[in-house]
Design a protein around this ligand. Structure first.
Ligand code: HSE
Length: 437
């Protein structure tokens, strides 16, 4: 089968990110989707503007309706934002029999009920994973992974810009306006950033989460909304003294008499994982009756992170268009026959850092011998610690942290260390993962 034609309405931060991700990961994406995915046309505001992605091969137009109705397009990706033209474009795409992917939370929260009705009547899909929590696949997690649960409540940091500002406030870095300007520069903030700081964006997202969690219609107008704009730095400090971090949370909870829907700044005990979600990161805690609490964490805004969710939705649509209807999602995620023959490395070849504990007789030159062994095995030492009272001839623990190396180098070093006269017993080795790259 030939490629699937995609049309993008809006080639800003997320649109450019989407083109970049589709290009960069084209082979893997095709192996998953079962067909090549090609962006054939895109609507932009200004044809002359420089782009953050390669637009060669993409027909640019200033008319998003052309994208919505182009005969070359099977999937329309709406990334314009707003509720005016975006609604017209999505409805026109549905009427033209196109599948739609949208990152537009305002549109779904306020007009989702009519959009989904039209899509159902037309037999097309409207997918909206990128509308909530950027790159975190939270829609899929609640709708599919947690489908066996009665969801009791959920609570999330679901506006990256507010979290970016609150983190800076807690760290005493920059003024509110400076940090907001930085969030705008990084492409996190909405076109109208009052949506971020007044809680409106989080309320849009909470509306969507509540619907899929509890099976209720979208009801944006019922959400209690309070943003971070009136939060005083002094309250962030006092809360910290009391052992709390202030985060902007969206909370949806099932009660005996109905559903609570509210977004507001909230004190959370510092020891809770969600209290340590900083910067643009988002996290959503979902509590189901069977599974208990699950925490979903990741980048909540930004070009590539949001594009990750856009592309996932495009792949979902293409799988539905293309593959075996009884096995829409291939068992191993990639299409049968497209599995790669990559070798699994022997543990000898694995790369990690190490914690090493050695028992050494306290004699002049022992430390030099130990460090020479590491140098000879091409291992850099990050930290070295010697314990004990320092008495001569006493057996002392020496603890080292190495930088990343391959396992066989450390095996070689340990063998040499254990053969030294001044080393007593076996060397203890634990692997260290910083999990930061
Ligand atoms: N302005 C939004 C945020 C973008 O800061 O979270 C992602 O939806």
């Amino acid at each position: 089968m030939g490629p699937v034609g995609v049309g993008i309405a809006g080639l800003g931060v997320v649109g450019s990110g989407t083109v970049n991700v589709l290009t960069r990961n084209a082979d893997e994406i095709t192996r998953r989707a079962g067909r090549d995915i090609r962006v054939v046309t895109a609507a932009v505001r200004d044809l002359e503007r420089e782009r953050d992605c390669d637009v060669s091969g993409i027909e640019l137009t200033t008319d998003p309706m052309k994208v919505a109705t182009s005969p070359d397009v099977e999937v329309v990706v709406e990334l314009m934002g707003g509720e005016g033209v975006a609604l017209e474009v999505v409805m026109a795409a549905i009427a033209a029999g196109k599948h739609v992917v949208t990152a537009n939370k305002a549109l779904i929260a306020s007009h989702g009920n009519e959009i989904f009705k039209a899509a159902q009547d037309a037999g097309v899909t409207v997918a909206f994973e990128p509308a909530v929590a950027g790159g975190i696949p939270i829609i899929k997690a609640i709708r599919e992974g947690l489908a066996g649960n009665r969801v009791e409540w959920l609570a999330g940091i679901i506006n990256g810009t507010s979290n970016f500002i609150l983190t800076a406030m807690a760290d005493g870095e920059g003024t509110f306006d400076d940090v907001l300007a930085e969030a705008q520069r990084l492409g996190y903030a909405e076109a109208d950033p009052t949506f971020d700081v007044e809680g409106v964006d989080a309320a849009h997202k909470l509306t969507i989460l509540a619907s899929i969690a509890f099976g209720i219609p979208l009801q944006f107008d019922k959400v209690y909304i309070e943003g971070i704009s009136k939060l005083a730095g002094v309250d962030v400090d006092y809360a910290s003294e009391l052992g709390f971090t202030i985060k902007h949370l969206g909370i949806a909870a099932r009660r005996d008499n109905g559903i609570e829907l509210r977004v507001h700044p909230t004190l959370i005990p510092k020891r809770r994982l969600i209290a340590n979600v900083d910067g643009v990161m988002n996290a959503v805690l979902v509590c189901g009756d069977a599974v208990g609490q699950t925490l979903h964490y990741g980048a909540g805004a930004g070009a590539d992170a949001t594009a990750s969710a856009v592309v996932a939705d495009i792949v979902d649509v293409v799988r539905a268009l293309t593959t075996d209807p009884d096995n829409r999602v291939p068992h191993l995620a990639f299409q049968p026959g497209k599995l790669a023959d990559l070798p699994i490395l022997d543990v000898n070849e694995s790369r990690t850092a190490y914690y090493i504990r050695i028992a050494a007789v306290n004699r002049p030159g022992v430390l030099a011998e130990v460090t020479r062994v590491f140098g000879d095995s091409n291992i850099s030492i990050e930290t070295i610690l010697q314990k004990g009272s320092g008495k001569s001839e006493e057996v002392l623990p020496i603890i080292l942290l190495t930088q990343r190396t391959i396992e066989k180098n450390i095996d070689q070093a340990i063998e040499k260390l254990e053969s030294l006269d001044d080393i007593v017993g076996s060397v203890v080795r634990l692997r260290v993962e910083h999990l930061s790259e």
